[in-house]
Design a protein around this ligand. Sequence first.
Ligand SMILES: Cc1ncc(COP(=O)(O)O)c(C=O)c1O
Length: 431
Amino acid sequence: MSTTLKNADLQARKNAATPRGVGVMCDFYAARAENAELWDIEGRRFIDFAAGIAVCNTGHRHPKVVEAIRAQLDCFTHTAYQIVPYESYVSLAEKISARAPSTYPNKTAFFTTGAEAVENAIKIARAATGRPGVIAFTGGFHGRTLMGMALTGKVAPYKIGFGPFPSDVYHAPFPNPLHGVSVQDSLRAIGHIFKADIEPTRVAAIIFEPVQGEGGFNPAPVEFVHGLREICDAHGILLIADEVQTGFARTGKLFAMEHYDVATDLMTIAKSLAGGMPLSGVVGRADIMDAPAPGGLGGTYAGNPLALAAAHAVLEIIDDENLCERATVLGDKLKTKLDSLRGDVPQIADVRGPGAMVAVEFCKTGSREADPTFAKQVQARALERGLLLLVCGVYSNVVRFLFPLTIQDAVFDEALGILEEVLTEVVGAAA
Ligand SMILES: Cc1ncc(COP(=O)(O)O)c(C=O)c1O
């Protein structure tokens, strides 16, 4: 794109034209992006380890995604599926329903954003059970709508000033061995909720992330997920896996729930489902999905045809390019690199995550006290060198890596080199 625009000028216009509540990490503006690289309007190149917050597992502008959208553009861009339906919605529902890990026949409905998928999963669970209550977890993130915020277990910046939130939502601590919360602590806390807050017969659903995303890339231990299933089975509660961030090969499986021998009742999907186009969905047991009456689910743009075309291409790319295997290979390489730096970087308290859903957590040297300043400095210095990283975690002391799984080896190695330099530099500055 040829442009005479300057980042600084646009930044001033942005500050005048848009509210500060839409917080923006970078002070440069995108001009174009290709696979794992991105260029700003002044021609500067960045390696993108943010991937639009876990949206571009198949890279920016994968040729097959671009081609699929282009072909759909030539047919129609919008009819509203609820008015005039189209085949691509039905066939994507068939594919997702068949591939979601489940022992039951599934059905799938499409929406637009992750938060909308979460909202609808709760609506479906309430309609199916006739119960109001929902249990979620500290550190969980489920979106910025009112129910999304109610379910989210992180106050700043998501919930401040926005209450009151929908009622009948309760939080239990998510297992976090590094910060002293065991699986038993978490499961016991649900028992306490049943004693102190709401009787289990009024609870519709328990919602959890198989790997907490915004909360710090905390994987749900296998015994924990089994424990949740047992609690749900004992009380007729539905189990919802929020796979908005974990889905579509990121963890080394198409869905993170494939790592567990546990069936959920409902699953939310979004982000990398459509390679950069806005599309989300709820997939789950057919009988539960059919609980809401006709007209109860949907939305004007829900299941947009361009996004559906992209999603069909994404599923093909994941299979054709073996992206689940590639996620594991690249994730292992990154974890090996980070582990090898532990001696030189004593602030590394943990390196974790399945497949390529990898994070490094920083604590003050020799303690378990979170070190958000260290994480921020790593992020800032990496950005100066052209590597885009995201911070997450309840204590904002975790750096997460969300590179496209299609990243070229040379670009990946270049990024690891930058990361190593930056970590060593930040240790030096902190000494
Ligand atoms: C697990 C999870 N659920 C829901 C959401 C909300 O998705 P969206 O921002 O598309 O509304 C996110 C977004 O980061 C997420 O990570």
